[in-house]
Ligand binder design. Structure first.
Ligand SMILES: Nc1ncnc2c1ncn2[C@@H]1O[C@H](COP(=O)(O)OP(=O)(O)O)[C@@H](O)[C@H]1O
Ligand SMILES: [Mg+2]
Length: 257
């Protein structure tokens, strides 16, 4: 019944820190199945917008509706667990002594037991549930290019591979929506390519929607159908990536910022 509604519908969000209006009356929606981009100069309010959308910070005003449910003021954990909206690499701890596959299986049962002790409840999972998680883990491991190292302790792998483990782990609990804050920052081009492929796979094959803050404009134009631009806490422009990068106001915002 709610399928025609946006998956995420944020209206008139405002958040100030002292005299700074970090986010100033921003409305934004994400459609089901969409990958949208959020860009803007440093300090334009992108991360604060994420904080207020995902329960890390409380907006001063505005509403956040996820899948038809008003979640304004909910905690980060409640939004993750009940709303199935995850933020960046939140909630994924890499267990260095466990192998890649075990790490993903643990991430996958994160919402099965709604308690912080869930990690220790793995023994209570049915064989059938474990088999399902293992199957999903293997699919993601293959996709993330980690197949050959799947039985190695996570702590032995490179920084880039650990990023891929974290990203694959986020997909394990079957979120509806993932908000990524600069996922490509500080990672090498080969890993960037893998993360891009994994995002596209998660979107197409697993039906996960994404809102991505990203400075790498090639990444934005290759994965996003729609881009929203923030400048000084306000929405400056919104549209197709190819139009946005030509937009004079957007260019000025970046040069001026
Ligand atoms: N927790 C905070 N306390 C005080 N000021 C903050 C806080 N978070 C963000 N700000 C301020 O809000 C503005 C927007 O920051 P931010 O959302 O991090 O921008 P972006 O992610 O686009 O670089 C900046 O002026 C920043 O200094
Ligand atoms: Mg930021």
């Amino acid at each position: 019944m709610t399928t025609h509604l946006p998956l995420l519908d944020i209206r008139n969000l405002t958040k100030s820190y002292g005299a700074v209006k970090a986010v100033n009356d921003v409305s934004l929606h994400i459609d089901r199945g969409e990958i949208a981009g959020l860009i803007g100069p440093n300090g334009s309010g992108k991360s604060t917008f994420f904080d207020c959308s995902t329960g890390l910070a409380r907006p001063d005003t505005g509403t956040v509706v996820l899948d038809g449910q008003d979640i304004t003021g909910w905690s980060l954990n409640r939004i993750a667990r009940e709303g199935r909206m995850l933020r960046s690499f939140q909630k994924t701890v890499t267990f260095r002594s466990l192998d890649v596959e075990e790490n993903l299986i643990i991430a996958g049962q994160m919402f099965t037991f709604p308690s912080i002790l869930s990690t220790f409840s793995i023994g209570k999972l049915s064989r059938q549930r474990i088999a399902g998680l293992r199957e999903r883990a293997r699919e993601l491991i293959r996709m993330a290019g980690l197949w050959d190292v799947r039985h190695q302790p996570a702590g032995n792998l490179s920084g880039g591979q650990q990023k891929l483990i974290q990203f694959a782990s986020m997909l394990m609990p079957e979120p509806k929506l993932i908000l990524l804050d600069e996922p490509m920052a500080g990672i090498n081009p080969k890993i960037i390519e893998r993360v891009v492929e994994t995002i596209l796979y998660a979107n197409k094959s697993l039906g996960v929607s994404f809102l991505v803050i990203e400075h790498n404009i090639d990444v934005v134009t290759s994965i996003c159908r729609r881009v929203i631009v923030l400048d000084q806490g306000q929405k400056l422009a919104e549209g197709l990536p190819q139009d946005i990068i030509q937009d004079q106001r957007v260019r000025e915002a970046y040069l001026g910022g």
